[in-house]
Design a protein around this ligand. Structure first.
Ligand code: ARG
Length: 634
């Protein structure tokens, strides 16, 4: 078989070479392969002759003839395309291409394996995927949705392609804000106001906010009282607030010191808070059908002992230097570029003038650990696009420090897979009516409820408990697909109505398409008495790709391995979503035009059943790779 399992890729490559061979002076030129506008003329057309005509100073039909003459000698092309004739060039200079049905059948047959045509990787990489990234003592809210499901989908696609994936939940569990809530919970527990054993994340969430408030002194207010002489009462109130807050802040700072030195009492409270947070996070991720387990937790605290060492190392080697009392890594050299090859300029601060470490310091230690200890050759960060500058600085600083260097001397690939915001109807960040962050559990519950309405209507004959299970799956798939199907970098408007619809480019539509295929297989067994088991004869039946809809479906299926690769290379799940949507559409046209169980003869029936089954397996594999849960019937 040729190196190409995707005929469209082969056409592109063959016509690209033919164009270069015919017109060596113009260099590499896109052959502009598109699906044919008129099925009677062919399956595909190459439109390059029209655009090239001016550049080479020849009439388009003449250009087309020159390209066809070269393409006609391509052996790989000859395997899948009908030979060219004088009718191959049409109109002003379109080159029509017709594929051989038996070539498509042969390609499909060789793809019809367990791996669905996905080869083992040439080099098995270790890839670290940074995902989820929640913060201690805070509920998972809609802000964590994308970091979790995009990160999980990327982790899954690398796993699917045969790589070794390490998921890293970079929990925000260290530093002053964490010490504030720890101090608060510790003192509340001492005063008997809370019970550490029965504490819930909701309580911690409240304690966190309260601690923030209590530690924030209204210094401006006090200054204003003095400036405008607002009277003794106002002054007394503000003084009480400010002194109280200063005291609380001092206590929190003390707690931070105790935390850092693992003082048993403080540390025990912190550990309890961490456990409650992680347990809840893991549970929510499980409901979201995202693989983020307790053992994937690599919180900021896990780096606390390494930060001093990292900073010393950078200072010793002159990579970090002092600037206004702080330590910085300058990023204004010719090699200090961001992902787009642009200069970064702003230095990366790794230690504040008060001696405190920063978010960036931990991320530098993270890169060092992921490359050196885990042996990762690729680090992918599914984190909000607003942190773009942070990552570009950290990546450049890590390269400068040699922390990204692999044993072979090359730098690991460092990639920020940033994403846009989830917006409400009003175009502002998605919030509850009272302006709070929307909790992920509430979001899942609501989606489940909305999906129930549609599932109950469509699947009235199924038992209630099954309908409920289906509705939960549909609800989760709806949320995830609506997110993943969007261009990652763009903001999107969250709309239950749109995402739970069974029509259009939605999760429920794809789940339904899959369930419909499963139901044909069930019907084949129930009504035709056909064996549909793992070794059923139809699975080896000769494929006949004859009808145009069969061809279109075959071409769609053959694009699958390429779609996975494209998502993996670009870190863009919407590419796989688009592929699956196209596949479902091609299947639906096929199903409308080509009877399966009532096909004209046995051989056609078996071939079409095999085509259904293969489509179903690709859908299942693709949906699973995106992290979507599925059901066999609905
Ligand atoms: N906890 C961080 C936040 O809420 C996200 C962590 C992302 N990962 C990282 N390695 N910095 O913004």
């Amino acid at each position: 078989m040729s190196a190409f399992s995707d005929p469209i890729a082969l056409l592109d490559s063959a016509f690209r070479s033919a164009t270069t061979a015919a017109f060596p002076d113009v260099g590499d030129t896109d052959p502009l392969i598109t699906a044919s506008k008129q099925a009677a003329l062919g399956d595909f057309q190459a439109n390059v002759a029209m655009s090239l005509s001016k550049r080479v100073g020849k009439p388009p039909r003449e250009v087309a003839a020159a390209i066809v003459a070269k393409a006609g000698t391509n052996a790989e092309l000859a395997q899948i395309a009908e030979p060219f004739t004088d009718k191959s060039i049409a109109g002003p200079g379109f080159i029509n291409i017709r594929l051989k049905g038996d070539a498509l059948a042969a390609l499909l047959t060789s793809m019809d394996t367990q791996s669905l045509g996905v080869p083992a990787p040439q080099v098995k990489e270790t890839i670290a995927v940074d995902l989820c990234g929640v913060n201690l003592a805070k509920q998972m809210h809609v802000g964590h949705l994308r970091a979790t499901i995009i990160g999980d989908a990327l982790a899954r696609v690398y796993e699917r392609l045969g790589h070794n994936v390490i998921r890293q939940n970079h929990l925000g569990d260290w530093g002053l804000p964490i010490a504030m809530v720890t101090a608060k919970v510790a003192s509340d527990a001492k005063a008997g106001k809370v019970n550490l054993n029965t504490l819930k994340l909701d309580d911690l969430d409240r304690a966190y906010k309260q601690a923030q408030r209590e530690c924030t002194a209204d210094e401006d207010g006090l200054a204003a009282v003095e400036k405008f002489n607002l009277g003794p009462k106002a002054r007394a109130e503000l003084e009480e607030q400010v002194f109280g807050a200063r005291e609380k802040l001092a206590a929190a700072k003390l707690t931070l010191v105790k935390l850092q030195s693992h003082d048993p009492e403080v540390f025990a409270v912190w550990e309890r808070i961490a456990k409650i947070t992680v347990d809840e996070c893991v549970a929510v991720c499980a409901r979201l059908h995202a693989i983020v387990r307790a053992e994937d937790t690599a919180g900021e605290s896990s780096y606390s002992n390494e930060l001093g060492e990292v900073v010393d190392d950078l200072v010793k080697r002159g990579i970090a230097v002092e600037s206004d009392g702080a330590l910085v890594v300058h990023l204004d050299g010719p090699d200090d570029l961001n992902d787009h090859g642009q200069k970064i300029n702003e230095p990366c601060i790794i230690r504040k003038s008060d001696g405190g470490f920063l978010y960036a310091t931990t991320d530098l230690a993270g890169i060092r650990r992921r490359v050196r200890k885990f042996g990762a050759s690729r680090l992918v960060y599914a984190v909000d696009a607003r942190q773009s500058l942070h990552f570009q600085q950290v990546f450049a600083a890590a390269r400068k420090a040699g922390y990204a260097k692999m044993p072979n001397g090359q730098n690991a690939i460092l990639r920020h897979a940033g994403f846009g915001m989830v917006l409400g109807d009003d175009g502002r960040p998605f919030k509850t009516r009272s302006g709070e962050n929307v909790k992920l559990t509430d979001l899942i519950d609501q989606s489940h409820q909305r999906a129930s309405v549609e599932v109950n209507r469509r699947s009235a004959s199924l038992p209630e408990s099954e309908r409920d299970r289906i509705a939960e799956v549909v609800g989760v798939a709806a949320i995830k697909y609506a997110d993943l199907a969007n261009d990652r970098m763009k903001d999107y408007v969250f709309s239950f109505d749109r995402m739970v619809a069974f029509e259009g480019n939605t999760g429920p539509y794809l789940l339904y398409a899959f369930a419909r295929i499963k139901s044909i297989l069930r019907k084949a067994q129930a009504e035709k008495g056909l064996d549909t088991g793992a070794n059923a004869p139809f699975r080896k039946a000769p494929l006949a790709i004859v009808q145009p809809q069969e061809k279109t479906l075959a071409l769609a299926i053959l694009r699958y391995p390429g779609a996975l690769r494209s998502m993996a290379d670009s870190c863009e799940p919407h590419r796989l979503c688009g592929f699956l949507y196209d596949l479902a559409g091609a299947y639906s046209s096929f199903y409308d035009a080509c009877p399966v169980l009532n096909a004209e003869d046995e051989a056609t029936m078996l071939s079409r059943l095999r085509l259904c089954d293969l489509t179903g397996r690709v859908l299942e594999d693709g949906l699973t790779t995106l992290g979507l849960p599925i059901v066999d019937r609905m």
